[in-house]
Design a protein around this ligand. Sequence first.
Ligand code: SAH
Length: 337
Amino acid sequence: MEDILSLTKEELCAAVTEMGEKSFRAKQIYEWLHFKKVTDFSQMSNISAQFRDELSKKFCIKSLKIKKRLVSNIDNTVKYLYGLDDGQAVESVLMEYKHGSSLCISSQVGCRMGCKFCASTIAGWVRNLAPSEMLLQIYETERDSGRRVDSIVMMGIGEPLDNFDNVVKFLDILNSDGEAMSLRHLSLSTCGVVDKIYKLAELKLGVTLSISLHAATDEKRSAIMPINNRYNLNQLMTACDDYFKATGRRISFEYSLIEGVNDTDSDADELISLIGRRNCHINLIPINEIKERDFKKSRFVERFQKRLTSAGLNATVRRTLGADINAACGQLRRDSL
Ligand code: SAH
């Protein structure tokens, strides 16, 4: 059975006309799927019973099962563990900000990037998520919480640029009528898959790019992020400059502060010289301690930030949300394995 929710509007149109129906039928079906978000073909009341029957023989409408839901007592953050068709599971986290709610979604089951501080990569990579499985994290969260998702961050489990084609299809569907989300409200976070950053820039989708930097010299970065052995900092920064030039979107750099690893004054100075005069934003994150690794939270977060801002850099510290439900990358799935 084909996964109908993973089809872009153009693909659905082609499939429907191939089945001998007019293309406006595809528009109607697309609206049922992505705007009204029905879960069964029988709910498509303006489609003939006969065609609904044909559709249900050829296609399935995928769904996610809530395996776990944790609600923070501190700040209303909700963390979901979603079960997929094949028994795998991924996480999504709904966060509330002054300007609306933001959903952090996963792009793969597991991850093969091997970052030393990250829980999502410990058990390795299992498979890529289909476009539908990324969309359904949004649809199901909206349905369950009764809240509207205003922005998306692709910072959950997985490396989105390691699942490039499905992510691009997901963005296409998200941006089309249906959810109709402007891609300016979506941030895609990457550990630095340079060739795919160029490909994404070419598509000019207006997506905000977040780069997981975490260290400002090749030696230190390679020690905690294996991807740096494939694409070094010079190649990464050049790709970022290209992305900014092609899209006009300011890059956001993520820097998780780890005690004794990347949090000294000289680390800050190296970061200042790496960033130079670039128009960008630096997001400082106190590292989330995971039990499988002995990386500790830095005690110098404020001091590090002051050093950057004094040098004229635009650096903020990310507020910790959902502290009581351990709402960080990959930990819920990991605990359930
Ligand atoms: N693979 C993508 C997106 C998923 S990770 C990427 O690397 O960007 C989302 C963010 O969380 C990344 O910045 C990642 O480096 C960071 N991260 C992973 N484990 C963390 C931890 N234990 N504490 C703080 N940040 C972490």
